[in-house]
Design a protein around this ligand. Structure first.
Ligand SMILES: Cc1cc2nc3c(=O)[nH]c(=O)nc-3n(C[C@H](O)[C@H](O)[C@H](O)COP(=O)(O)OP(=O)(O)OC[C@H]3O[C@@H](n4cnc5c(N)ncnc54)[C@H](O)[C@@H]3O)c2cc1C
Length: 402
């Protein structure tokens, strides 16, 4: 059983010291893309072996039975050491689906899916969006029909991130065409290793193909693989989006602060820190990170005091961090000037995430960050959609006509 609180911090620090080479300079110091990706894969194995993955899960499903507070400490220490706190595909498995199963799953579903998700045997992707159903997700048209004790699914999903690396997909499908549109949807777990599934990569402007189209043609899954009850998928999906939008409210500011430190170093290095307008923008960004830190504390205090779910307030966090991040990347490119368009070093342009620890201060990294930051204002619900949610569900303003 892992220790809690500050003793847990010492525990994590000791593990990091044991597992990382003495001359470790952070993941960002690895120039070669393939080498960096291989490190992330092997680091995930290390985290698993040392009991640092899924630490908030109950011990019976492979977790450490700790709380959000220890998770925050873990993220802080990993950011300080320049290593990720989970693998690339874990966003869907550890962050989204596991939280959903812990909340809505049956005991059988928890036992069947949580341990293989933790050990990496099952890698998940998210089948929500469809052509014509993104912001208006409830209009989705993928169908699931029950044939005896098997669901049969037909339809198309779009923008499915990392679908080619995944072997299972969680899908929103219409199970009752007669019910109002958000009451006839179910949340289904589907094995991708079957003939009716076709995954086609989509090439993004960065040149990468992280997301995909997923076609479902008479795809099957057992009746028991519906989570949260038949026709109740909307409640499951909105809870999951709460986790996707707000789960990192308390840990993001730690990573944003590390990134802003790199930007301030860049401004000093390029002589831009003497420009009063650049100084103003840096100061404003610094203040916004501090606001996010307090907001994160408030959201997490609410989560710890409540049932663990995040309400519409998660949209405040999502809106704030995604717009902030676009401004950081734009400022970096203003500081770099035309050189910011050039991809330096070997390897392909990579879309750096704010949580890529220690991404170095070269031009290509910042334009990659801008691409990623722009996507951040779209995925998990666009900024406009977050404002609608806040207007209607938090501020209680009249609903937009539908
Ligand atoms: C990098 C990335 C990864 C993604 N990964 C996944 C994934 O793994 N799985 C998945 O299911 N989906 C994924 N998505 C899809 C994402 O959820 C959708 O792109 C998003 O919900 C927006 O839907 P849309 O693209 O259909 O745009 P639309 O809904 O067509 O919106 C177009 C524009 O209209 C605006 N708009 C729409 N409705 C309103 C309204 N009511 N009021 C005001 N403005 C409005 C939007 O804000 C937007 O600016 C990903 C997207 C990105 C960018």
């Amino acid at each position: 059983m892992a220790p809690s609180g500050e003793a847990f911090r010492d525990h994590v620090r000791a593990i990091l010291a044991e597992e990382l080479p003495a001359d470790w300079k952070g993941l960002g110091a690895i120039e070669d893309r393939a080498e960096a990706d291989a490190f992330v894969e092997s680091w995930r194995e290390t985290m698993l072996r040392r009991g640092l993955l899924g630490i908030q899960w109950p011990v019976e499903y492979g977790g450490a039975g700790l709380t959000k507070l220890e998770q925050i400490i873990l993220v802080e220490e990993c950011a300080r050491a320049g290593v990720p706190f989970m693998g690339y595909s874990d966003t869907f498995g550890l962050k989204m689906l596991a939280n959903i199963l812990l909340y809505f799953g049956t005991e059988t579903q928890k036992q069947r899916f949580l341990p293989p998700t933790l050990n990496g045997e099952i890698r998940w992707c998210q089948g929500f969006s469809e052509p014509g159903s993104g912001s208006d997700l409830a209009s989705l048209s993928t169908r699931a029909e029950l044939d005896g004790d098997t669901w049969v699914l037909n339809g198309q999903k779009l923008w499915t991130t990392r679908a080619r690396e995944a072997n299972w997909i969680f899908v929103l499908a219409r199970t009752n065409a007669d019910a109002p549109k958000n009451r006839g949807i179910s949340f289904l777990l589907v094995n991708m290793d079957q003939p009716g599934i076709e995954v086609r990569p989509i090439k993004a402007m960065s040149g990468e193909s992280e997301f995909n189209e997923v076609f479902l043609n008479d795809v099957t899954t057992p009746a028991e693989n519906v989570v949260g009850g038949v026709d109740n998928g909307w409640a499951v999906a909105t809870t999951l989006l709460g986790f996707e939008r707000g789960e990192e409210a308390a840990t993001n500011p730690i990573l944003f602060r590390a990134e802003l430190d790199r930007l301030m170093a860049l401004a000093a290095e390029r002589g831009a820190a003497r420009d009063p307008l650049i100084r103003q923008r840096l100061a404003e960004l610094y203040i916004r990170v501090e606001i996010m830190r307090y907001l994160g504390d408030k959201i997490i205090a609410g989560v710890l005091a409540g049932d663990g779910r995040l309400g519409p307030e998660a949209s405040i966090s999502k809106l704030f961090w995604s717009e902030y991040h676009k401004d950081v990347a734009n400022l970096a490119l203003d500081i770099l000037g035309p050189a910011g368009q050039i991809v330096e070093g070997r390897g392909l342009l990579r879309t750096y995430r704010y949580d890529d620890p220690g991404a170095p201060n070269t031009s290509g990294r910042w334009i990659g960050a801008l691409y990623n930051a722009t996507a951040g204002t779209i995925y998990a619900g666009t900024s406009q959609v977050q404002r609608n949610i806040l207007a209607e569900n938090v501020l209680g303003l009249p609903r937009e006509p539908r």
